[in-house]
Design a protein around this ligand. Structure first.
Ligand SMILES: [Zn+2]
Length: 729
């Protein structure tokens, strides 16, 4: 189906140009659109007299395949043209498109079409974020395999997208649950591991004591109970895989300045990362002078003054007191609730070799989201007070010179340096020696990526009793998911039950070993998919540098605001990492962001809070009332949802109005960033959506129309109503 803009722009343009230079228009018009009448004359040879819904559908049907064919013929890379990469966030294959999908994909389709008309080389790819817990749960409920459920959903949704007339670059389709994709997710994981950016440590997980299984946050209800067993969920420490996102905190915080077209989202990213003023440093723990093998990482906002440390403080909820640490009992014995307690454990700073005592603090909340920090009396009054109370020894390491600059003393090689210089030198040295030193905030935590789930990318690591964790050699990738048919949702990681798959030989010493049975968070799959689209069939590497350098960065990335923080953060992290691995020239993956608004439906609620169905509401009076009881209702606009009975199905509205009308409506009913209020009264009945403005929305549709025009003008510096089709000229 012709995207509305093409037609609208074209007709306005033809009209204008007909007044000026007719012959040129005809030649041009013929090339672009054979038979440019609004009727269905081209197909029937008859002029229709009335413009009905059926006329519209006939026209749409006639155009459907033609537009798709046209989209296909321009998708080959012609590098003499400027490129434009428009990307909409790929969907989770739930099996059903909703109106939010219709909106986001209509916007990307329209922009792609528009940029093609401007003579750009455009890709507008589509794929499937296909791993994840919902498929696993659906499989358990329906007695299906997650793969067959996912694949049939993909087939159905691809058809639905096609019925909307969307012209995606289907030759670039990717599916994250297929081995030809997740092989490269595993490859990138190993690259992170080799760079010291993937590691294991104990962390809290939600534990269902009845089903004996780990639960995802979304499986814990608002009362803190398991979604299935109903048992009170416990917090339990388990060894988990992390990706060290804090290593890029400062680089990612600084790079935000170079993203002028991220608008509101930039502030949210900055807030998520926090002020990057300090770093973590690693400590080895000792008891009675004996090295224990236990390590501790602690934060300080003034690492330059670390030679003046008096102690390392941990919170009473720290994993060392609750997990499986060999020091747990020692710490517990030393703990006096409500008091700052000195423990017999000491911590050796792995950078300075200084040894200081470990303290358990009385308070549980340290700054930000920290659970361990370095006590430095020279730079903190609070630390100074604590050191005096507990009688800890320390030295002053900062002195002010007569000219007012602060310099270090008693700090080994950093002695005599200005504080700022010492900060840089010390953090750099720590990074070089891999004992911390990444400049980050007291807020950002590393990314916990392991899931005790089946339907995800297997973590490509083998555990060997002799060698410890060993990454699977790159040439042995992918580590494919074994086919497990009897998923129960109970017990530990489902992969642990596939004993033939689990038992393997160690890649290093060839001895008997076992595979890692955790899978990766689906956010890992979607953290690099935009790269894969640039080179989707590559069998030698995740993507070629040349193709990524040509297509990246994504010129326009469109998606929901709900992904403003996590997804965009992880995606930026992977891009920064790939840049440092010399896999791609650009550091930042997305040039411009468009966070599209929601489509909201009207909800009708009884005073009890119960949501009513449409047919239970009497809309004939001035205020909606309960059709049976006449009770007054609370009316509001909320995100469309089944439980609130305020949704519409894309298939129904397309059937009712025609696909072009629906697409045109979602484009101009509100500026793309704003919410659309889908009017119940007006969209019911025979009245066309086009020309009707959502109720409650103050602007006239002419103004809204102008919004979209302005938006596109702003995008390109050109007026879409007058753009020429350069490729056709
Ligand atoms: Zn081994």
């Amino acid at each position: 189906m012709a995207p509305s803009w093409q037609r609208l722009g074209l007709y306005t343009c033809l009209l204008k140009r007909q007044l000026n230079d007719g012959p040129d228009v005809i030649k041009w018009g013929r090339r672009v659109i054979p038979g440019w009448s609004r009727g269905i004359y081209s197909a029937t040879g008859e002029w229709t007299k009335e413009y009905t819904l059926q006329t519209r559908k006939d026209v749409e049907k006639w155009w459907h395949q033609r537009i798709k064919d046209q989209a296909l013929t321009v998708s080959e890379a012609d590098k003499s043209k400027p490129k434009f990469y428009v990307l909409s966030m790929f969907p989770y294959p739930s099996g059903k498109l909703h109106m939010g999908h219709v909106r986001v994909y209509t916007i990307s389709d329209t922009i792609a079409r528009f940029q093609k008309m401007r003579g750009m080389q455009v890709i507008n790819p589509m794929g499937w974020d296909a791993f994840g817990l919902p498929a696993e749960n659906a499989a358990i409920e329906r007695n299906l395999h997650p793969e067959s459920w996912t694949q049939s959903n993909i087939r159905h949704m691809r058809k639905q997208l096609d019925q909307l007339g969307l012209c995606f670059s289907w030759d670039r389709e990717i599916t994250t649950c297929l081995p030809d994709y997740y092989k490269w997710t595993q490859y990138l994981f190993i690259k992170l591991y080799e760079a010291g950016l993937a590691y294991q440590k104990e962390a809290l997980v939600n534990w269902d004591p009845v089903d004996q299984t780990v639960l995802a946050n979304e499986q814990v209800d608002e009362h803190g109970c398991s979604w299935r067993s109903g048992a009170k969920v416990e917090q339990k420490y388990l060894r988990q895989w992390f990706i060290k996102t804090t290593a890029y905190a400062k680089a990612m915080q600084d790079a935000l300045a170079g993203l002028p077209e991220w608008y509101g989202i930039k502030g949210m990213q900055a807030h998520w990362i926090g002020d990057c003023v300090g770093c973590h440093l690693d400590f080895m723990l000792k008891v009675d002078g004996q090295v224990t093998g236990e390590k501790l990482s602690a934060y300080t906002a003034t690492p330059e003054a670390v030679y003046g440390a008096s102690h390392v403080a941990i919170s009473p909820s720290h994993r060392l007191l609750h997990g499986h640490s060999p020091l747990k009992e020692t710490f517990r014995k030393a703990l006096v609730p409500g008091q700052d307690c000195l423990t017999p454990v000491t911590a050796v700073n792995m950078l300075t070799q200084q040894e200081v005592p470990v303290i358990i603090l009385a308070k549980d909340d340290l700054e930000g989201s920290l659970d361990a920090k370095i006590g430095i009396p020279s730079t903190s009054l609070e630390d100074s007070a604590l050191a005096q109370t507990l009688g800890l020894s320390y030295s002053e390491v900062i002195e002010a010179t007569p000219d007012g600059t602060e310099r270090l003393r008693g700090s080994a090689e950093f002695t005599g340096m200005k504080r700022q210089d010492a900060f840089l030198a010390l953090t750099q040295k720590a990074r070089r020696e891999r004992v911390g030193g990444d400049v980050t905030s007291d807020r950002l935590k590393d990314w916990l990526v392991s899931r005790q789930r089946y339907w995800g990318t297997p973590i490509p690591v083998v555990h060997c009793p002799a060698c410890g964790p060993v990454p699977v050699p790159l040439e042995d990738l992918p580590v494919t998911l074994p086919s497990i048919t009897a998923l129960t949702g109970r017990g530990g990681s489902p992969l642990a039950s596939a004993s033939e798959w689990v038992n393997c030989s160690c890649p290093r010493c060839k001895g008997a070993a076992t595979r890692e049975t955790d899978t990766m968070d689906t956010f890992v799959d979607s953290a690099w998919y935009y790269f894969r689209y640039t080179d989707p069939q590559n069998t030698q590497s995740p993507f070629s540098a040349a193709l990524a350098d040509y297509w990246m960065p994504v010129d326009l990335y469109i998606g929901g605001k709900e992904h403003a923080v996590m997804h965009l953060f992880y995606a930026r992290f992977f891009s920064h990492f790939c840049h440092d691995q010399k896999m791609v020239k650009h550091r930042e993956p997305f040039h411009k962001l468009l966070a599209q608004g929601l489509i909201k439906g009207q909800t009708f609620r009884l005073p009890s809070g119960q949501y009513l169905r449409r047919e239970e509401v009497d809309l004939t009076g001035s205020d909606p009332v309960h059709a049976n009881t006449g009770e007054k209702l609370e009316v509001s606009w909320e995100k469309m949802s089944k439980s609130k009975h305020n949704g519409v199905e894309p298939e129904d509205v397309v059937e009712q109005y025609g696909r072009d009308t629906v697409r045109l409506y979602v484009l101009f009913a509100a500026p793309p960033e704003k919410d659309i209020l889908w009017d119940v009264k007006k969209s019911h009945g025979e009245r066309s959506l086009v020309g009707c403005s959502p109720r409650g929305h103050k602007e006239s549709h002419a103004t809204e129309h102008a919004h979209m025009l302005n938006y596109m003008k702003h995008e390109t510096g050109e007026d879409p109503a007058c753009v020429k089709t350069r490729q056709a000229a």
